[in-house]
Every structure is written in structure tokens, then in C-alpha cells.
Design a protein around this ligand. Sequence first.
Ligand SMILES: NC(=O)c1ccc[n+]([C@@H]2O[C@H](COP(=O)([O-])OP(=O)(O)OC[C@H]3O[C@@H](n4cnc5c(N)ncnc54)[C@H](OP(=O)(O)O)[C@@H]3O)[C@@H](O)[C@H]2O)c1
Length: 316
Amino acid sequence: MKRVLVTGGTGFVGSHVVEVLAQLGMQPVIATRAPLERNFPWEWVEVDYLNRESVDAAVGTVDAVVHSAILNDFNVMQNNRRYAYDSYVVSTQNLSNAASDKPFVFISTDWVMDGTGHMVPEDEPPNPLNIYGVLKAFGEMVVKDRKQLGSIARVGGILGKHRLADQGPRQQDCGFGFFVTTMIEQLSQGNEFTVWIDDNVNMVASPSHATEIGAIIHRMIEREAEGTFHLMANESIGRMELALLAAEVFGLSPDLITQGPVPPEGVFPAAVPRDTSLDCTQTRSILELDSYSVSDYLHMLKREMETGKLEPLTAR
Ligand SMILES: NC(=O)c1ccc[n+]([C@@H]2O[C@H](COP(=O)([O-])OP(=O)(O)OC[C@H]3O[C@@H](n4cnc5c(N)ncnc54)[C@H](OP(=O)(O)O)[C@@H]3O)[C@@H](O)[C@H]2O)c1
């Protein structure tokens, strides 16, 4: 059984990747910066990503690495550039070097693009607008510089519910992710939900689903895929369109959905890419993946929220 180190396996995306890899027959090992509880459900190893010996020791016991860990606080990134650079780039270098002879999957983002394109293909060079995008683009370069077995898994606007925590890191922000599950909760309780529509907001994207991210990464590892891949629905959607579609799929009243500007506490302190939709034609062809729509992903989210189980659409 292949052992796979998942950095940030305690996080929103990582917790899905861990569970799906296990379901599909791999043995996940979570890399984490601080010890976890004794009864934690998965094997874990404490790692200091800036200490090469610590990273080498963790990577030495596995057959592949999925790098999902990030410093997920934009204000900290802006205000502490050294810490941010180390957290994003140096840690990626250390992990990539330690795994130079093993499949290494780097989870990246649609925010490496500047938001002026539409359904941008896998081979389009990044042109990030803010420090988060810049640091992720640097991480992508680390992977591109590898001689072998390096892959970039770009994701965005991710649907899903954190597998190890009650809530994700945010409820709605100027990015495309996070607001759908909060909106469903609010509408289910008969509350209104305001979708942020504003100039400095990510208005169009191709959403990913965290479970599908796990299943596609499983395939990438199995096939020792190399290059850049887009792990998302095969279409773009606008922010309000997504909110209305989610309400329809979940059988909730669209009348409770309003739109409004970003509240002061939500204003993003840097430029935001407007249309981050990515095309996944090359990815689907290389990895022989079926094509799924945003509606397919929302139905999958509904099933997961009803059953508590992850059921990836992408079969082994
Ligand atoms: N969520 C989205 O909508 C979205 C969109 C596009 C791309 N992505 C990408 O998806 C990946 C995962 O994001 P996520 O939303 O799952 O994040 P998350 O829930 O915040 O999880 C990230 C994990 O990284 C670890 N971490 C926190 N601070 C760190 C630091 N300074 N250095 C190293 N590790 C740190 C934490 O694990 P420990 O405390 O256990 O170490 C945390 O659980 C990232 O690569 C991100 O760029 C996410």
C-alpha cells in the first residue's frame, strides 16, 4: 500500500485528500506542525517545514507527497513577508528536494492568474495580482524546476465541508470559495444571505470540489503524472449564479438570497482577480477524467452533507 504524506492534512482541502486517498487504497500520513491528540483518526508526523532534517525524516517514510499546507492569513502574509516567503516557498523547496525521487503534488490556486482571462488553459503563464498569488506562483516554479515526478494541482472556489473541524477558515471572503456551505446553513434556518458583489471581488470561477480534488490527486500519484493540472468543474460560473444554483440543488428558497457590497471587515487589502475560471481540457485528456459540471459538484456536496460520507465521482 502506497504511503502518502499530506502536508496540511488537518486543513479543509487536506482533510478531504487524506480521507479520499485512504478510501481509494492508499495510506495517508498527515504532516502537521504541532502534535495532534492521541486518538486522532489518522497517522500523523510532526514536521518543521523550515528544518531540512525534519522534512527529510518525514518524507523518508513515504512513497509520495501532497503539499497542501499554507499560511492561510492574508494580513499576516502582507505584514510579515519573510515569514510568508518561508512558509510558502522555502517549505515547498525543502519538501520538493526531500521527495526528488517520489511523486510530488503541489496544490496551487486559480489566483496565480490575473483575473482578466476566461477559462484559462493549463499552459498559460501565471500573472498574479497579490502576494498570495505571487507566493503560490513561486511554489509552482519550484515544482517546474524538478527533473521528474513533479505536478501542480490548481484548484479554486472549493466546495466541501471541512472533515476535521466544524467550520472552514472563513465563511465568505473576496475569493470564490467558502460561501456556499454558509449560505446553505443560513437559508436552511430561514435566514437571509447576502452574496458579495463588488468591484474587488472574485466574481467568476470554475469551482473545485474537495472530494474530487482528493480523487484526482490519487490518480495523479498512481500515474506519476507530471505537469500542470486543473482540478475543477468543466465550466465557469458567476458568484450569484452559483448561489442560486446551490439554492435550487438544496431545495432552498432563492428569495432569501440578496446581493450587496463587501462589508468593511471583508474588504480585501490588495487587488483581487475578477475572473479566475480555468479550463481543464488538457487535464481531462491526460488523466482520462470524465467531465463534471458545477451542478454535479453541488449534488455531490448535498449527498455528502446528508450522509456524512465522501463519494468521489472519479472512480479509481
Ligand atoms: N480553500 C480554498 O478555497 C482554496 C482555493 C484555492 C487554493 N487553495 C489551496 O488549497 C490548499 C489548502 O488550503 P486550505 O483551504 O485547506 O487551507 P487550511 O484549511 O487553512 O489548511 C492549511 C493547513 O496548513 C497548515 N498551516 C497553517 N499555517 C501554516 C504555516 N505557516 N506553514 C505551514 N503550514 C501551515 C495547518 O496545518 P497544521 O496546523 O496541522 O500544521 C492547516 O491545517 C492551499 O495550498 C491553498 O493554496 C485553497
